[in-house]
Design a protein around this ligand. Sequence first.
Ligand SMILES: Nc1ncnc2c1ncn2[C@@H]1O[C@H](COP(=O)(O)OP(=O)(O)O)[C@@H](O)[C@H]1O
Ligand SMILES: [Mg+2]
Length: 499
Amino acid sequence: MKTKIKNYLRAGYSGLYLISPEEKRIEGELKTLAAEMKYSLYAWNAANGLLDTGTGGVIASNDPVETLDAIAGLKEKSLVLLRDFHLLLDDPHPVLIRKLKDVLQIARTQAKAVILLGCRLNLPPELEREITILDVPLPGKNELEPVLDGILESAKLKSLKDVQRDAVLDAARGLTTVEAENAFALSVIERKTVEPSIVAREKAQALRKNGLLEIVDNQESLDSIGGLNGLKNWLLCRRNAFGRKAREYGLPACKGLLIVGIAGTGKSLTAKATASVFGLPLLRLDAGKLFGGLVGQSEGNLRSAIGTAEAMSPCVVWIDEIEKGLAGSRSSGSTDGGTSARVFGSLISWMQERKAPVFMVATANDVSQLPPELLRKGRFDEMFFVDLPNPTEREAIWKIQIRKYRRNPDGFDVPQLARITEGCTGSEIEQAFIDALHQAFAEDKEPTDITLAKALTELAPLSSLMREQIAALRTWSKGRARPATPSEPSNGSTRKLAA
Ligand SMILES: Nc1ncnc2c1ncn2[C@@H]1O[C@H](COP(=O)(O)OP(=O)(O)O)[C@@H](O)[C@H]1O
Ligand SMILES: [Mg+2]
């Protein structure tokens, strides 16, 4: 970041807008930068006015217009950090805009620069062309290291072993320096040392504040999924794609996966298992909140969610039922001034251009709501269609579900159960087993084939009610999406995978 700003200053840029919640870190970096480039650093905030950071002397009051006049009169090679200034740009007075424009004009000729710093972007169109926007990435491991050392030192603790140190710094990625410092300190209080698990817990807590991203504590693996061997093989083939070896080999980065299909067939389950296959942390991005959010906030929230995901990369970002939020975005022009459509645009362009190793996995039940831009090449590596499970898959699902609820599949006629659950989804099979368990428990006995048969008579599979939608989905996916289940008869290698 420092080098980038240096280059802008050398090239004569006089107005920069840094987006970051990290005031302390940015001010620190600007101090070093100013010293290196032999600039004087001035800092303004709404409470204290304009200060010369070298002498601590007050140059101007907190009145913004007075401050801008003072900046115009500063000597050459001055750098001015404006901290709360973006708050004044919501509904700015014309005089303020004019003065700022004039200051930027003068600054350009005198090797001076004005740097606005805010946690969100707030720039009126009048200034868009005058000021260059820079997204400051969250701190990387090398920037978090001194923070960790600082805490260990002040707690008079020995330095951590390399493995532990690495795990702690990994767990802290995605936090600001202040948040990381707090998490380290809390861990010292709780455990007398800095532990990755405490830092990870605090990070999960910190992410919840943004509301869009959530760390998912994920236990699912491919073994929890019955069938879908085409999709499983696709994932297994790429399981080491995020390692160092893959980079050295020259493998292009994996972008992501879109899974469409009938509700209850294991799409969300597979999305979660994806993170386990890659051995990466799983972050869930809430589509409903993203696209249905408040005007003005959604864009900032997406920016910060992207920043967090990139800081945590390599990682998997999962957007469940992506069409839900998007339904609003298409008709939104009239209702929210086009915010959701713009947010969707930003998401798409990030998906296309991102360099950080972030694997996106999205699921959708209703393809008719998916905008064509999402399906264009380059957004995802592959799109899979998940159909109702075939007989072999239903057997596998029955076995998985029976084991999940701590019963032995050998005690049941699984092939027969698979036969009589034609048209049922994995989710319905699970529900039937749960119903049978309740029934048996109420009668103070163990569930049997008979209990199950009874539970199944009361089940009306969704597929019988949604015949038309399912047929439409099948037609739509033909030629567009790859089947998650390879067509029968399956060959030896796929059969081996069935649970
Ligand atoms: N293929 C499957 N194998 C094993 N369990 C399944 C399968 N499909 C669905 N299930 C069960 O149904 C639950 C709900 O499935 P889910 O993944 O949420 O479906 P979807 O996202 O496609 O609507 C899962 O948590 C799992 O217990
Ligand atoms: Mg789902």
